[in-house]
Ligand binder design. Structure first.
Ligand code: SF4
Ligand code: SF4
Length: 499
């Protein structure tokens, strides 16, 4: 049945119409509720308007929604998270998974969804790879074979490797220090396509006295999750959760410069984890020890959440903080999160200790620990807060941080309903390219109207989409912050040599 969590199914218990039943569950819920019928008008979401078009046709006596239409409908959702219901996000992903589980993925898509493998292959021989990508005929042939839209610009491979740079600086060894220390989850785009962003992250953190460790890591899993490749996504997530939980146990905060990685580690992993069997057993044990005094249990749970580093990052829990539930509520729920197949305790450990880079730096500033020796960066900057950063409920840390940079005039562009439209690798696919541009136009029109000197966004997928659609140079805000730190040093040393 479609109500059964997909993780508990075996091949022999999966019904042949499981994918359709799961899609129908989403359609029924959203049609019954109807909230997104109005809410998603004039937003970048293409999924909800199409859902209502299909259901209206069916209810008016037209053709029932076919299996092919359901699959196309699911393809329109790029997990931007703008619509308000977490369970609906999970059900959409599970319906996608069910289609892919039954019908498989085309080989070309299997290749491009593996962002890490593509990055490693191209990064091994960047000159050769770039020569091939720069050759019109070869690039056209490659795109056709792999299933990439002919008009989609492909990122070039950088000549230098972030991994080699990090190794040379000893970042792969866990530092034994007592002060602030972070395990940096760089994500595939910064590691393999934009190493300057990863280097700027390390430089800015170190400049502020934070020890940086680069743990073993794989792709966060968002691109494969968006494609419905459940098995691969879970392989990636299992590896990352085990490795990052080990870092937390050693006293490290986890920091992400990519908001999509951060959203997955903080929010998607967290979904349902406090109702996992492991966590429920802990609650029962604490309740027994506290003789049913739930205030005591809450305090112990909060201490458990903050274990190892002395604090827990509870942003993006949307009021579902474990310590806020009553014992009765604990008994009513079960782990229905997308990653319910992975142990709840480690999922929570990772989610509770993961920070967006901007969030982490702004927190340093609020604690009076951010170095403010910043030189001028005279530029008019249009900053876009990407969907997955907005979903983390962390305010506007990058707008605040860029506001500290002398002569940088930063304007926030885009509202709560704007999305660049790339959706991981979805915008690269020949069938989604045009849709992706349609989604992004609402936002890029606003950026063009602001006519900025530069565009800044922390999401490197947005950066690729902006490079496709806009004529402006695009930066991660941490690159602007690094520029300000470097400009200060240059000015100071120039003043010294003039004396
Ligand atoms: S996503 Fe949530 S709020 Fe939107 S229509 Fe569906 S059930 Fe209602
Ligand atoms: S997650 Fe985004 S694209 Fe998907 S249904 Fe919700 S608003 Fe639409």
């Amino acid at each position: 049945m479609s109500d059964t969590p997909i993780h508990s199914k075996t091949a022999s218990t999966v019904r042949s119409d499981d994918a359709e039943m799961r899609t129908r569950k989403v359609i029924n819920r959203c049609n019954g509720c109807g909230h997104c019928r109005e809410l998603m008008v004039d937003t970048s979401c293409l999924f909800m308007p199409q859902l209502y078009r299909l259901v209206d046709r069916e209810q008016a006596g037209g053709a029932p929604i076919s299996s092919a239409e359901m699959k196309q409908l699911l393809d329109l959702c790029n997990t931007c998270g703008i619509c308000p219901c977490t369970p609906v996000h999970t059900w959409i992903r599970e319906a996608k998974d069910a289609f892919v589980g039954r019908e498989g993925l085309p080989p070309g898509l299997r290749l491009i969804e593996n962002v890490q493998l593509m990055g490693r292959l191209g990064g091994a021989l960047p000159r050769l790879a770039n020569l091939a990508l720069g050759n019109g005929t070869v690039a056209k042939g490659l795109k056709r074979v792999i299933g990439i839209h002919p008009e989609r610009k492909l990122p070039l491979f950088p000549q230098d490797s972030f991994t080699a740079w990090a190794k040379a600086r000893g970042l792969m060894h866990m530092p034994k220090t007592g002060g602030r220390k972070v395990a940096y989850f760089a994500g595939c785009t910064a590691r393999y396509y934009f190493p300057e962003v990863a280097k700027a992250t390390v430089e800015v953190l170190q400049r502020n006295g934070v020890a940086v460790y680069l743990p073993e890591q794989k792709c966060c899993g968002m691109p494969t999750m968006l494609e419905g490749d459940r098995e691969f996504t879970f392989d990636l997530a299992r590896f990352n959760v085990a490795e990052l939980a080990r870092c937390v146990s050693a006293g490290f905060d986890i920091v992400c410069s990519c908001p999509t990685c951060g959203y997955l580690l903080k929010s998607v992993l967290r979904e349902g984890a406090q109702f996992s069997e492991e966590y429920r057993a802990l609650v029962q044990q604490l309740a027994h020890q506290a003789k049913g005094d739930f205030d005591q249990v809450s305090a112990r749970l909060a201490a458990e959440d903050a274990a190892f580093t002395g604090r827990a990052n509870t942003a993006s829990t949307h009021g579902r903080n474990a310590s806020m539930l009553s014992l009765t509520q604990w008994k009513m729920f079960s782990d229905q999160g997308y990653f319910a197949g992975i142990g709840g305790a480690n999922r929570l450990r990772v989610a509770n200790h993961t920070y967006d880079l901007g969030e982490y730096l702004w927190e340093l500033h609020e604690a009076g620990q951010l170095k403010l020796e910043l030189g001028a960066v005279p530029a008019q900057v249009a900053y876009f807060a990407p969907c997955h950063q907005r979903q983390q409920d962390i305010g506007q840390p990058w707008v605040n941080l860029l506001g500290l940079v002398p002569e940088a005039q930063t304007e926030r562009i885009g509202d709560a309903f704007d999305c660049c439209g790339l959706g991981g690798i979805m915008g690269f696919k020949k069938d989604f390219h045009e849709t992706s541009l349609t989604i992004g136009t609402r936002l890029t029109d606003k950026i063009k109207a602001a006519a900025p000197g530069r565009v800044a966004t922390d999401c490197l997928s947005c950066r690729l989409q902006f490079q496709q659609m806009l004529p402006y140079e695009v930066f991660h805000p941490v690159e602007i912050l690094r520029e300000a730190y470097r400009n200060f040093l240059t000015k100071t040393s120039a003043n010294v040599s003039e004396r």
